[in-house]
Design a protein around this ligand. Structure first.
Ligand code: ASP
Length: 332
């Protein structure tokens, strides 16, 4: 048995299974795309972390009704953004060092059209603002006050994103920390990245986050950066990232994975190669958690992470499950 927890896709077929992070009696599948790791029939949606299960469900409804992959990913990640109990996305996301919640998001469709917002404050659903940037401006990215002004002009409402719970956590963090160097750990990276292929076979992706908890004011991570947090090429496939954004940006992570898939690598192998490049480019691998997920045009999906503990949710007509990825460094 390899280090990864494996799931038997056929055993879950049709059961709408929601599998926990570790399943002791799961059987092994081959991550490289042979008969044990079947190519999935479209439509398909995959997304990062456990919160992806609920988000996938919303996206899936769009996809089976014939909706576009673009509508599906926007609808899906909005669920996570609007969940006040999620500490790393949208409302209820942990703030920066000074107590401000600042959100980053981007979206990309099958026509190489994309939109992004960064350092956006007081707006619950940055992904929908990013879509408006894509569809209603000649630009790709708006940031900060300009992004907020744009959102308000487009009818988005101002919302307090710092909840009582996150304010308490932030105050507690302040008590014992050096405010110039926010600590990170492997648990506070929980961005949602989502990739979908619709009935037409078109791909889209979305990525949204409140970023690194207690980050320095002004910090922007990989999540709103096309090519880093997300990349879609409808001829080849799509990829997105979660984890330490600085490390993802340094290797243009999602774009590299799409190029590796173009060269013929299975999505999981492409994610693994990107992870290895990250590890190689960092002397200090402590706190270096990064996870990638990817999907190719055939319907193969995969993920890989630096450390153990990363998983992604997969949904198509046959399966509805959480998959623990393989990884290079074991936390246990
Ligand atoms: N990638 C995000 C960032 O660096 C954080 C995360 O995935 O949790 O902003």
């Amino acid at each position: 048995m390899k280090r990864r927890t494996f799931f038997n896709l056929s055993a879950a077929a049709g059961l709408g299974m929601i599998l926990p992070r570790s399943v002791s009696n799961a059987s092994e599948i081959n991550p490289r795309g042979d008969s044990d790791n079947p190519t999935l029939e479209k439509p398909i949606v995959i997304s990062t972390w456990e919160h992806g299960m609920v988000a996938n469900e919303a996206a899936w409804k769009q996809l089976i009704e014939g909706g576009s992959a673009l509508d599906a990913v926007e609808t899906g990640v909005r669920v996570t953004e609007s969940d006040p109990n999620n500490l790393s996305v949208g409302i209820g996301g942990l703030p920066d060092r000074d107590g401000n919640v600042t959100l980053d998001a981007c979206i990309m469709n099958h026509k190489h059209q994309c939109g992004a917002v960064a350092y956006l404050q007081d707006i619950e659903n940055p992904i929908s603002v990013a879509r408006k940037v894509m569809e209603e401006t000649p630009h790709v990215m708006l940031v900060g006050a300009g992004a907020k002004q744009f959102a308000l002009e487009k009818g988005f409402v101002e919302t307090e994103l710092l909840t009582h719970g996150t304010k308490r956590l932030w105050m507690k963090w302040q008590e014992g920390q050096n405010p110039d160097r926010p600590p990170i750990n492997h648990e506070n990276h929980d961005t949602i990245g989502m990739l979908a292929m619709d009935k037409e076979g078109n791909l889209s992706g979305a990525c949204t986050t409140s970023g690194w908890a207690y980050k320095l004011p002004g910090r922007v991570g990989d999540s709103p950066i096309i090519g880093a947090g997300l990349f879609v090429d409808n001829e080849v496939g799509a990829a997105c990232a979660t984890g330490l954004g600085e490390a993802v940006i340094r290797i243009a992570g999602s774009s590299i994975i799409v190029e590796l898939m173009r060269q013929g690598h299975h999505p999981e192998k492409a994610c693994e190669m990107a992870v290895k490049r990250i590890i190689k480019t960092h002397k200090d691998t402590s706190n270096l958690q990064v996870g990638f997920i990817a999907m190719n045009k055939k319907g193969d999906v995969g993920g890989y992470s630096v450390y153990s503990g990363f998983n992604y949710a997969v949904r198509n007509k046959d399966i509805n499950m959480l998959v623990n990825t393989e990884f290079d460094l074991d936390l246990n």
